[in-house]
Unconditional design. Structure first.
Length: 197
């Protein structure tokens, strides 16, 4: 655990960069939704086409699908960071904008309590894990750049990748599983428990 904490602390500037990219994109998403009200409707139609089948699943099946999806995309954001961090940057920017659009839309339609109930229970776990994955992707992208400029060896680069994957498996994957459980079993209870939703 001590090594994990040290790795997390040494990655803090990359994680903060991920948070900054996501935060700016989230704000842009809110503005887009507020200025162009048709955008959320089109986005929701796209999401229904992509993830609509999830609604027919029982909670356990939904949990597995959410977990698999989050593991897949967060791992890709991490590993593909070796390409100078371009993929994790795009991932954080796109997802920040999408979440901003949806938050503004549902806040306008259903109010703050609905948004909090729909996002906070699982999002408080899931979102940090995703952003940490992006941050590690940035770290690997920086390491790849240093390797190409001969400031790091191939051993250094492979060690960085190994460290990132170990941290991902030990810390991020279990917490993504917890987030998927909360999203599948607890989040619906919060949403359906709201009056006049």
């Amino acid at each position: 655990m001590q090594k994990d904490l040290e790795y997390f602390y040494s990655s803090r500037k990359y994680i903060l960069a991920a948070v900054a990219v996501f935060g700016v994109s989230f704000t842009v998403g809110i503005l887009i939704s507020a200025i162009y009200p048709a955008v959320p409707d089109k986005l929701l139609d796209l999401l229904k086409e992509t993830f609509g089948a999830f609604t027919a699943l029982d909670p356990f099946e939904m949990m597995l699908e959410i977990f698999k999806n989050n593991v897949r995309i967060s791992f890709m954001a991490l590993v593909l960071g070796l390409g100078f961090g371009i993929i994790p940057f795009a991932f954080a920017a796109i997802n920040g904008a999408v979440l901003g659009i949806l938050v503004e839309f549902f806040f306008r339609k259903h109010g703050a309590f609905f948004v909090i109930a729909a996002i906070l229970p699982h999002g408080i776990i899931e979102l940090p894990m995703i952003l940490i994955s992006v941050g590690i992707g940035f770290r690997l992208g920086h390491a790849a750049y240093l390797y190409l400029t001969h400031l790091k060896t191939i051993y250094d680069l492979s060690h960085e990748l190994k460290q990132g994957i170990i941290f991902y498996i030990k810390i991020i994957v279990p917490l993504l599983l917890l987030a998927a459980i909360v999203e599948s079993y607890l989040t619906p209870l919060f949403i359906f428990g709201l009056p006049n939703r």
